[in-house]
Structure formats: C-alpha cells, structure tokens
Design a protein around this ligand. Structure first.
Ligand code: SF4
Ligand code: ZN
Length: 371
C-alpha cells in the first residue's frame, strides 16, 4: 500500500478530492437546533469475549456531529446538529452523559455502556479533552464495567488516551474504529474516510499498550464497488486485520441514506446496497478461508428513509435472522442455504485502474446531471 500521498497516482488523488468535496457539499445543516438530549437510547444483551451474556445500554448523544464528515455513505449528519452554531456545548454533552448514567428504578440493568457521538469521541473539536476525561470519571463513578466509544484512529494517541484510561479506573474500554476497508483506494478514495494505514496501526499499538480493546468496522460494498469486488474487499480486509492480531471485527453492509454520495449514485441507478446473498457470501468466505467469525450490523433498520440490503420477500427476513444467529454462534450451519432469487455472483479481484476509471465516470455522470 502506498503510504505517502506522493506515491498515489494523480488520477486517484484527483478522484479522492472530488469525492470528498461532493460528500461535504451534500451535507445539509438543519435550520433548527435539536434538543440537547440523546437522539437514541436502547437496551439489549451482548456476549463478552469470555462468553458471558450481559446487559448493554446504547446511547447516541446529541452533538455537533463528525468533524470530518467526508464518508460517502455516512448519514449521521442528518440526525444531529451538524453545521449549526451552538449545536453542542461541553455543558450539554456532560449533562447528557450525567442523565444517561442516572439509574432509574424501571431501567434494565446493564454493565456495558456504548456511548456514541456520531463521530470521533477523541476528536477535541467534537469533545474537548477535559470533557472526555470528565466523562470517564462519571462513567467510573456510575459503576459501569465496560465503556465503548468510537473514534477515527488519528485522534487515538498516547497523550489523549492515557489520562482517559486512568480516569476510567477499572472500567474496561473498547474503541470502535470504522476502518471500512484495508484497501487504500477503497478506504481513502471510494469511502473517502480520513484514515491512513499508518495512523490506524499506530492507534492499535497505543491501545494495546494501554489495555484498550479495538473493535473494527468493515463496510460491505462501499459506493463505486460491484458485488463481486465487495466480497474480495471484505475477505482481504479481514485477512489484514487478523494478521494484526485484531479479534473484534464487525461487518456493516452499506445502507443508502439521503444527503450522501451513496444516495446520489443510487438515485442515478449507479449503485445499490449489497444484496443480502452477497453479505452471506462474504461472511461464508471469511469463515471458510480465515476461520474467523464476523458479526453483521445494520442489516435492517427502522429508518424508512434509508435503503437497506435486501433479497426477495420470501427469503430476506430468514437471511437476516440466519446472519444474526451466525454472528452469535460462529457455526456455518447457521448460514442460510439458498433461494431462487439469489443472483449470480462473480467474485472479482480489485483492479485499481478499472475501479478508478469507473468511479471517475460515475462521478462525471453525477456532475453532468447537476448533482
Ligand atoms: S468518520 Fe465516521 S462519523 Fe465521520 S463521516 Fe465517516 S463514518 Fe461518518
Ligand atoms: Zn430470495
């Protein structure tokens, strides 16, 4: 993988910039500030790496959103105070966390808290350093055993993480990182996320040194890729992560949401979310070739505005259920067998020159259509 921008062909650099510009341009700030209360709260049960089943509270605080919202599929800026002045203040963030941690009698018991901010917890522009540490103190004082946050890896550095971990005391920390793909072209240009291989690997080693667990998210079928390329991309990415000793990996099939590049490509007939059978094939190959069990998320949603991976009405729900069971059991017998709707799938290598040319063409077509 070329590590320096100067090693990247000029067409790719140009494409990267154009896709990133479009992604940012499509984001829209709302007109009204949304109230300073979590935009999502939910309770479920999850299995810890040791096998124990525990309660989890998942909360997404209302924030000013991601400070680098270039990703071509990410809808989060639709739901928070992105682009609005005063969209999130330190006091509002702390107040939301305090209220989140105040246990009420009818609240289900939980020992895992997933605390998300639609972006990078460790980005100082999103959550100032002193607020990060204060949140750690509040979480530790509330008797939570495991805390999960998310961040881009460039913000996960020793000077930032060490005081946070110290303030957490005995609370185990997991950091979710949306690497999306191990392939540089796919990750930095097609997904357009700001993650270099170097910063990712550096973050992993900082985390390992401080006893923090990584959970890495990979995208199935980022915009501009075909179904067959998507399978190759996932298998290669899991292979790369396994080589780095990463255990916690989660696959996210792309959903298509408004105000994103993915949405515009979908509207133009240039892109669809992965077929559910492509998801099955990716999971099966990861299991057979690399002996790794991966869980999938975002298979279904309650968000009617977005387009989720699908198959036919006869099998779609069964395929989703089977994938969820497999995520729990790791037993290939849980994967669904077949359906007459299953489209032919030609798993293909990632031909970077061809992908770059195709993505440029698709982008040109969007521009011609006035997007
Ligand atoms: S870095 Fe994360 S939150 Fe920001 S745009 Fe990308 S996926 Fe969305
Ligand atoms: Zn079917």
């Amino acid at each position: 993988m070329p590590e320096h921008a100067s090693d990247t062909p000029i067409q790719v650099r140009d494409l990267r910039r154009r896709i990133g510009d479009l992604s940012l341009r499509l984001r829209t700030a709302g007109t009204q500030i949304k109230p300073a209360e979590p935009r999502f709260t939910d309770y479920d049960k999850i299995r810890l790496p040791g096998g124990e089943l525990v309660g989890r509270k998942k909360v997404i605080v209302m924030s000013g959103g991601c400070s680098v919202p270039t990703c071509t599929m990410c809808p989060f800026t639709n739901f928070n105070n992105y682009g609005l002045d005063d969209g999130s203040s330190s006091e509002s963030l702390l107040d939301q966390v305090r209220r989140t941690l105040t246990r009420t009698q009818d609240e289900p018991a939980y020992e895992v808290l997933s605390l998300y901010n639609d972006g990078s917890f460790f980005a100082p522009k999103e959550i100032p350093r002193d607020v990060q540490v204060e949140i750690a103190r509040l979480v530790a004082a509330a008797g939570v055993k495991h805390l999960v946050v998310e961040s881009l890896p460039q913000f996960v550095t020793e000077p930032v993480l060490a005081p946070f971990v110290k303030a957490l005391g005995g609370v185990r920390l997991e950091i979710g990182i949306g690497l999306q793909s191990a392939d540089e072209l796919v990750r930095e240009t097609l997904v357009n996320t700001r993650i270099s291989q170097k910063s990712f690997e550096r973050a992993l080693s900082v985390m390992a040194g401080l006893g923090v667990d990584p959970k890495i998210y990979l995208l199935i079928k980022p915009p501009f890729l075909s179904e067959g390329e998507a399978v190759t991309d996932v298998v290669k990415s899991v292979d790369y992560l396994t080589g780095l000793g990463v255990r916690g990996m989660t696959l996210c099939p792309t959903r298509v949401s408004r105000h994103t590049v993915a949405w515009e490509l979908w509207q133009a007939g240039q892109y669809t979310p992965p077929n559910l059978w492509t998801v099955v094939e990716a999971v099966r190959r990861v299991h057979e070739r690399l002996a790794v069990r991966v869980a999938c998320v975002n298979l279904r949603g309650t968000d009617f505005e977005s387009v989720f991976p699908d198959a036919c009405p006869a099998c779609a729900d069964k395929v989703v259920d089977a994938l969820m069971r497999f995520g729990e059991s790791g037993d290939a017998g849980d994967l669904p067998a077949d359906c007459s709707c299953r489209p032919p799938l030609k798993v293909t290598a990632l031909d970077h020159a061809a992908i770059t040319a195709r993505a440029a063409q698709q982008l040109n077509a969007l521009e011609r259509a006035g997007v």
